[in-house]
Design a protein around this ligand. Structure first.
Ligand code: NAD
Ligand code: IPM
Ligand code: MN
Length: 350
């Protein structure tokens, strides 16, 4: 068919820096003619200049792309330059929600030798290689709730988690399918000892869908306990399925223990194929290091492997994964490199 069109949104902070390296590696892997790009300059500067975050016409145009490559959006957590959440909700979450990206896939692989806070006792215990299937369009992210008596001592603020049988089943089925193709193990992560309504829905769906996958074993962990296990015995995990907020939190932890947030890729998958899926690093715009050349582009680059998997080119995706593995292994001995030096090195290895 014709070459796929990628909508590219570099975004804020280090977003454009790491995205440039991701596209460099993608070109080196499949050739510059194998895809075309449409660049969108959205983010803090666009909002300041126009008062718009993501207008409907732009969203409609992005929705016609074959896939989306995103850097990161958002300003420094303490700053008041842009109201907190305006860009995250108005751009990133708007894309995930409007494009119905129900599965937020976040793989974690630890490459031996990669610096990690894990002890040798843990890292010596076998390969660490798991994926988190985070629900992407529901939960506490829906903006369901409100504030009454704002600013008074009687203020009441609510955020209500939305869980639909449809949305839960969609991500659970995807997770079981992945587990079947991997090591045949799935862990549901929730907090059903407290969140009994949503918790029982998630459990029921896992049991029901699990019956269609007799060769996949499944178990359960509370989200607080899973944070211990991710640090003490990460090898036990193959596929984790969980809701939107738990998935957000545990994937930063998973990134940190498998070598740093600068290595963690993600895919926001529209499972129906009606809308484009979106590929982005797990990390944010890192305003503290923007413009310094210190940003590690590896997470953005590995997200291109997920893009190629999605475009039906798994062998090319593996070329990126193996180039990344080789590059990471060489980091121990070598000097610190800049964002573009790491991109160049990986591009030369694919
Ligand atoms: P962050 O992920 O941007 O940064 C956390 C820490 O990790 C910082 O110390 C940063 O320097 C470091 N870091 C992140 N990416 C790195 C990389 N590639 N290489 C080296 N170091 C890296 O999280 P934050 O500071 O909480 O958020 C900053 C902004 O990003 C906020 O506005 C937040 O809302 C936004 N954010 C956006 C996304 C997204 O667009 N997908 C994701 C997370 C946070
Ligand atoms: C992520 C980010 C986003 C999320 C924010 C910026 C809305 O933290 O992609 O992990 O919470 O999903
Ligand atoms: Mn996050």
């Amino acid at each position: 068919g014709t070459a796929p069109t990628l909508a590219v949104i570099g975004g804020d902070g280090i977003g454009p820096e790491v995205t440039a390296e991701a596209l460099k590696v993608l070109r080196a892997t499949i050739g510059a003619d194998a895809f075309s790009t449409r660049e969108y300059s959205l983010g803090a500067d666009h909002w300041k200049a126009t008062g718009e975050v993501l207008d409907d016409d732009t969203l409609a145009e992005i929705a016609t792309a074959d896939a989306i490559v995103l850097g990161a959006v958002g300003t420094a957590p303490g700053s008041t330059e842009v109201p907190s959440g305006l860009l995250e909700r108005g751009l990133l979450l708007k894309l995930r929600f409007s494009l119905d990206q129900g599965v937020n896939l976040r793989p974690s692989v630890w490459y031996p030798g990669t610096p990690t806070p894990l002890s040798e006792e843990v890292t010596g215990a076998g390969p660490i290689d798991f994926v988190v299937c985070r629900e992407g369009t529901e939960g506490l992210y829906c903006g369901n709730g409100g504030v009454v008596r704002a600013g008074t001592p009687q203020e009441i603020a609510t955020e209500v988690s939305l869980n639909t049988a449809f949305g839960v089943e969609r991500v659970v089925r995807d997770a079981f399918t992945r587990a079947q193709a991997r090591r045949g193990h799935l862990t549901l992560v929730h907090k059903h000892n407290v969140l009994v309504n949503a918790g029982s829905l998630w459990r029921r769906v896992v049991d029901e869908v699990g019956a269609d996958f007799p060769d996949v074993e499944h178990d359960y962990m509370h989200v607080d306990a899973v944070t211990i296990a991710l640090v003490r015995e990460p090898q036990r995990f193959d596929v984790i399925v969980t809701d939107n907020l738990f998935g957000d939190i545990i994937t930063d932890l998973a990134g940190a223990v498998t070598g740093g947030i600068g290595l963690a890729p993600s895919a926001n998958i529209n499972t129906s194929g009606k809308f484009p899926s979106m590929f982005e690093p797990v990390h944010g715009s890192a305003p503290d290091i923007a413009g310094t050349g210190k940003a590690d582009p590896t997470a953005a680059i590995s997200s291109m492997a997920l893009l190629l998997d999605h475009l039906g080119r798994p062998a090319d995706a593996d070329r990126i994964r193996s180039a990344v593995g080789t590059d990471i292994a060489s980091r121990l001995a070598g000097p610190m490199r800049t964002t573009s030096q790491i991109g160049d090195a990986i591009a030369a290895l694919v």
